[in-house]
Design a protein around this ligand. Structure first.
Ligand SMILES: C[S@@+](CC[C@H](N)C(=O)[O-])C[C@H]1O[C@@H](n2cnc3c(N)ncnc32)[C@H](O)[C@@H]1O
Length: 305
């Protein structure tokens, strides 16, 4: 089903600039969404240029396939972006990851990402495989649930929320909808953060967990080192501190020369990336698109190791 919801691309100009596009090059858009970044990349590519796009989401892939049907430079992969590791080594001139969920995913109650609209408690980006949040919540032990809500939501009331979910499933059966979950969480969170719904952190945690977002990001970054050519650009846009920490630490780790102090006069092992900086959305962009406010773009260049 095609939706009427659209996605306002975040840091569009900045991301495309950061890729420093070679018109004949091969680029990867690891998170196609509705193709905002992809279309801007295509505008800068010559007829010889190529763009490979990934997304887990079947609706995003449908849009990507429509684009590929009109533009032979585009190849589409319906899979998690960690599978970019399958691309040939040093075959890519630039890689963009615009992490997290798209507006069409959040805005469509049927996808179960949002506590603002009631819908089935799903939250899978790829609805063709895996367990929904509702299915997972039916049997997950309390300590595991507490850990997920605490670690991925940075939620102080994780233990209370996990217990409240457990009480509910014992007394009235499984939690089925986003509205039910939001209500249970609101009852367990004692202090409200100004301007934040009490369910925000729990929904973020469950979404990150059910989609294995952080594990897949880590794997994809490792894959990026393998598939980027020397001077190829890595551009990562993140929307919360857990993602940004992974991108930042990965770039920092590979931007250092490693000296083995046990070996006298050993040459330092070459660094694999050169960190080029960090960009945040302008005030105008945040005013026009409040969802961009937490975005941070990091850019690095593959070296010649
Ligand atoms: C913020 S949106 C991207 C929006 C896109 N840049 C645009 O302008 O339309 C993130 C997209 O990445 C996808 N996604 C998130 N994690 C993914 C992963 N591990 N593998 C593949 N796709 C993923 C989501 O399904 C979503 O469509």
């Amino acid at each position: 089903m095609e939706t009427t919801w659209s996605h306002l691309t975040v840091l569009l100009t900045e991301a495309v600039q950061a890729l420093s596009i070679n018109p004949d090059g091969h680029y990867v858009d690891a998170t196609f969404g509705r193709g905002g970044h992809s279309r801007a990349i295509l505008q800068r590519l010559s007829p010889q240029g190529r763009l490979t796009v990934f997304d887990k989401d079947p609706q995003a892939i449908e849009v990507a396939r429509q684009l590929a049907a009109q533009d032979a430079r585009v190849s589409v992969r319906h899979s998690g972006f960690a599978s970019m590791a399958e691309l040939p080594p040093a075959s890519v001139d630039g890689l963009l990851m615009d992490l997290g969920v798209s507006s069409p995913q959040i805005d469509d109650p049927a996808r179960g990402f949002s506590f603002r609209h009631d819908g089935p408690l799903d939250m899978r980006m790829d609805t063709t495989r895996g367990q929904s949040v509702a299915q997972w919540l039916e049997t997950v032990p309390i300590p595991t649930l507490t850990e997920v809500i605490r670690d991925y939501g940075e939620e102080r009331f994780a233990a209370q929320i996990a217990k409240a979910i457990d009480r509910r499933r014992q007394e009235r059966g499984p939690v089925r909808t986003t509205g039910e979950l939001a209500e249970i969480v609101a009852g367990a969170v004692k202090t409200r953060e100004p301007g934040k719904d009490p369910a925000t952190r729990t929904f973020q945690a469950l979404r990150i967990f059910i989609n294995a977002e952080l594990e897949e990001l880590q794997e994809a970054l490792e894959a990026a080192l393998h598939i980027l050519q020397p001077q190829g650009r890595l551009v990562v846009i993140s929307f919360h501190s857990l993602e940004d920490r992974i991108a930042k630490q990965f770039i920092a780790k590979h931007s250092r020369e490693v000296v083995d102090r046990r070996v006298t006069f050993a040459a330092p092992r070459a660094m694999k990336l050169r960190a080029l900086g960090r960009v945040k959305p302008s005030e105008q962009e945040i005013a026009a698109n409040p969802r961009s406010r937490s975005a941070i773009l990091r850019v690095a260049e593959r070296t010649h190791d």
